[in-house]
Structures are given as C-alpha cells and as structure tokens.
Design a protein around this ligand. Structure first.
Ligand code: NAI
Ligand code: MG
Length: 489
C-alpha cells in the first residue's frame, strides 16, 4: 500500500504503484492541521493506465466470465473484511475527515451493509420475456454497462465509494475509483483486500488526485462508459458537459438546501432534537443536511430559543474522543468557505449562536454550531449550500407558506416534516419537490431505499434496486420462431 518512501500508492491492475509523474500530495488531520500522510498524485497517464486495465478486465479477463453468484461471493468477502477491520477503518476515517469516531464507526458499519446488500442483490436481477407476436420470443437481458468511473467526495469517504462500488461490481462492471483528494486513506485500505476477496486484477482500480488533473481525465476517457459522481453541483454540471463528448451515462448526487419543517403540533422534544441532528451531524457536511429550519410562527420564538439552548450543549472535541459530538470541518478550504458564509449571514439575519471559531481550540478547523434566525428565504444563507454547521431558521405562517418556501430553491435532495396531524403530513409530503422526504425524523438512510435528488440536486438514484439499475444496460433479443423465409422480395 505504501512505497519505500512511505507514500500511499495508487492501485492499478491489481498492484500498488507509484504515480507516473512521481508526484505526491499531503493529506491532513483537520483536528491538528498537521500532515497525516503523503499520497501518490495520479494524472492523466495514470488514469489512462487504470482505465485500460479496467477495460481489459471487463472485456477479456476472468471477470468477464464471472457469474452473479461469484460476484456475490466476492462482495460478501469484502464486507466480512470490512467488519473485521471496522475499528481501524473507522479510526482512520475519523482522523482524516475530523468526524467523531462514533459516527465514523456507524459509517463503516454502513459500508459493510452496502456490500452485503448488493452481494445479495447480485443474484436477483432477472431479465424479462417481452409479450410480442406469437412467432417470436423476445427477451430483455440485463448486462453490465462496462467500465464505471466513480468520483466521490470527502464527507463520507468510504461510504460514498461503497455506494458506487457495490452495485457496480454486483452488476459486473469494472471500476476506476477516485476518492476525494482530502480523504483517500480508507479507500487505499480497502484496496489491499480486493485480491483476497476474489476480485481479479483490473476490476477495481484506485487513483488519487485532484479534480481537474485526475477526475476530469476519467470523465473524458473514451473507454469509460459511465460516471457516478457525488459532490458539488458546479462539478456535476461540468461532468455532464464534458461527458457529453463521449455520451457517458452519468449519475449525479449533488448539493442541497434541504428544508426541515416544524409545525406547532409536532412533539416538542423530538423536534428540538431533530432540528439539531438535521444540521449538526457530521459537522453539517452532509448533502441532505436540514440547513433550512422552517418553523410555524406560533412556536417560532420559543423554538429558536430551545434549539439555541440545546445546541450550546453540543460537545466539540477531538475526533477520537468518544464523547465528541462535533469535530472540525474537513479542510482549510472548507473552513474558509464556511467562514465566508458566516460573514454573509451576519449581514442577512440575526445570529442566535456560534458564528465563528470556538475560542477553546487553538488548532484545528473547528467551527462552532451556528444558528441564524429571522432569515428570509431569499438570503444567500438560505439559498446556497454552505456544507458546514450552519442553520438558517425561517418562520412561516400557514401550511401553504411552508410548502412554498420549502420548494423555493434550485435544489431538491431531501426534506423533512414534523407534525402529529397525519392529514397535514401527507398533504405536505405530496407537495414537496425532493427525492427524499422524512416524517418526524431527519437523515435516516437505508440501503434498501432509493437515494437521490430532484431538480439541481442530481439525477439517477443510488441504493436499493434502483442503485444497480444505473450500472446495467438492457439488451433486447428477438428470436424468430418462424422457419420460413421473410418472403419480402
Ligand atoms: P467537489 O465537487 O469539487 O469534489 C468532489 C469530487 O469531485 C472530488 O473527488 C474532486 O476531486 C472531484 N472533482 C472536482 N472537480 C472535478 C472535475 N472537474 N472533474 C472531475 N472530478 C472533479 O467538491 P469540493 O470542492 O470538495 O466541495 C465544494 C462544495 O461541494 C462543498 O462546499 C459542498 O457544498 C459541495 N459538496 C457536496 C457533497 C455532497 O455530498 N453532495 C460532497 C462534497 C462537497
Ligand atoms: Mg472542488
């Protein structure tokens, strides 16, 4: 996994190798701001090698002869290995991202679950017999799409990789995975176990590097059939444009500005808890974060006060401390981006809590849980994804206003509604323009259920049976049962 010089290498065609250009880049510990590791930096030449290895493995290698059952076995083995190594993977994930260790353990458990789920699903993808005329038999066959480029972000590094790797491999695809440059370490740990799980060389390749110099060459490469991306909406748009050149299949999981809607009749304690959990879990670095908290006017002042008081008890600390509920944000770049929005927010709304760096930390990219209130939905802090621990609280008067404000956004990833009135709940659920809607909860994510966004939050769905569909082509086969000539000429 590491070179003699201690640099984490790339994983191409079943081997750990240096980058062609011999370059490397540092990866940081966001809690200490210190360099945690050096990682080989892949460029277009390395991507080309990785893609060609994936192509060969898909076209002619043993993987091309694999069966759904044999792929299931490999995925079950990988899942088992992840479970055995859960503690070490979670520790590295926590140190590298800054997230609390308890959350990292949950992430790695979910990684194993995703591999297990798609191991089970691999053998349950039937084709169809199409009801055509009597003198023919028509089949729809499901086949792997080919080489898949998987480009993932830093907020849930190994989990986002698993959301893509597992269905891709279950379907029979081969992969070039590009972890985020901030957080490549757990993916490199996983790469150590591909061979022993029974994945032949070239089936999964891992290249580390930056967006323009390593991500873009994957998108441009003519031998890549499909791109699955999670990250910013801006890069998602770029991928669609660049991918158009070779008509890539593209699935995108992008940003959000998800509304978390509280009606006066909702359970009080659960609501206060849910508002905080929705935005402060994972330091707010969550695509589905409930970053807009919409509150019915009659409870609004009391609600702002209650969430502010309770948010004061959120314990910031070192990622490996088991009592820690919030760590630092992932990088200096993200810290600066959030700070910029804190300054903007102070001109647009009232500040109830936070608004900067907590005084007790001398080092580390820590940002205090921040609550802005009396915001208008037209404010930048209500419209733009901040991706940090920053809540924007907005009052509303009646149900129709809540729906109108909730939908007044270019995004449509997730939404949540809190109420005890089932008529109201279902009316609101039906009107929300979002791919994921929670009722009296926010954030639970189940591998069995579809995940993805409406509007500019993306296209396609991950998880569940929907997730594997995105890695499959459908082949129509028409079998003539009439032995006579066509008789046309
Ligand atoms: P990003 O979208 O730039 O990075 C995500 C991944 O895409 C990384 O692996 C990166 O190397 C790669 N990438 C970047 N440019 C690329 C290009 N031109 N072609 C191919 N791949 C490319 O996200 P970044 O800069 O880390 O964060 C910026 C903002 O994006 C955050 O503040 C947040 O709002 C949003 N974001 C959303 C995520 C989500 O889960 N939906 C995850 C991470 C970031
Ligand atoms: Mg970027």
């Amino acid at each position: 996994m590491k070179s003699a010089a201690g640099v984490y290498q790339l994983y191409i065609d079943g081997e750990f190798v240096d980058a062609a250009g011999g370059r490397s880049f540092p990866v940081y510990n966001p809690a200490t701001e210190e360099v945690l590791a050096e990682v080989a930096e892949a460029g277009a030449a390395d991507v080309d090698r990785a893609v060609k290895a994936a192509r060969r493995a898909f076209d002619t290698g043993p993987w091309a002869q694999s069966t759904p059952a044999s792929r299931a076995q490999a995925l079950f083995k990988l899942a088992a290995k992840v479970r055995v190594e859960l503690a070490s993977l979670a520790e590295v994930e926590a140190i590298n991202t800054g997230k609390p260790i308890v959350e990292a353990e949950g992430d790695i458990d979910a990684v194993a679950e995703v591999f297990e789920y798609y191991a089970g699903l691999a053998t349950k993808i039937p084709g169809l017999v199409n009801p055509v005329s009597a003198n023919a038999l028509s089949l729809s066959l499901k086949e792997p799409i080919g080489v898949a480029g998987l480009i993932v972000p830093w907020n849930y590094p190994l989990l986002m990789a698993a959301w893509k790797l597992a269905p891709a491999l279950a379907a029979g695809c081969t992969c070039v995975l590009k972890p985020a440059e901030q957080t490549p370490l757990t993916a490199m740990m996983l790469a150590q176990w591909f061979a022993e799980a029974g994945l032949p060389p070239g089936v999964v390749n891992v290249v580390n590097g930056f967006g323009e110099s390593c991500g873009a060459p994957i998108v441009d490469h003519p031998l890549v059939d499909k791109i699955a991306f999670t990250g910013s909406t801006a890069v998602g748009k770029e991928i669609v444009k660049r991918g158009a050149e070779t008509l890539k299949r593209v699935t995108l999981e992008l940003g959000g500005k998800s509304p978390n809607i509280f009606f006066a009749d909702a359970d009080w304690e659960a609501s206060v808890d849910g508002a905080l959990f929705g935005i402060f879990i994972n330091q707010g670095e969550v695509c589905s974060a409930g970053s807009r908290i919409l509150v019915e006017r009659s409870i609004y002042p009391k609600f702002v006060e209650a969430i502010t008081e309770k948010a004061k008890t959120i314990r910031l600390g070192a990622p490996l401390d088991r009592e820690t509920k919030m760590g630092p944000v992932v990088s200096k770049e993200q810290y600066d981006r959030v700070q910029k929005y804190l300054a903007i927010g102070k001109t647009e709304a009232k500040l109830a809590l936070g608004g900067g760096r907590p005084a007790e930390f001398e080092k580390g990219w820590y940002i205090a849980p921040t609550i802005f209130y009396d915001a208008d939905n037209s404010a930048r802090i209500a419209r733009e994804e901040i991706f940090g621990p920053v809540a924007t609280v907005i009052p509303f008067d009646v149900e129709s206003d809540a729906v109108q404000i909730a939908n007044d956004t270019p995004y449509g990833l997730a939404a949540a509604v809190w109420s005890r009135d089932i008529f109201r709940v279902f009316r609101v659920v039906k009107q929300l323009r979002a791919g994921i809607v929670w009722v009296n909860h926010m954030q639970p994510t189940c591998v069995e259920a579809p995940w993805g966004g409406y509007k500019q939050s993306g296209s396609g769905r991950e998880l569940g049976p929907w997730g594997i569909e995105e890695y499959l082509e459908t082949k129509q086969v028409h079998i003539n049962l009439n032995e006579n000539p066509i008789g046309w000429y």
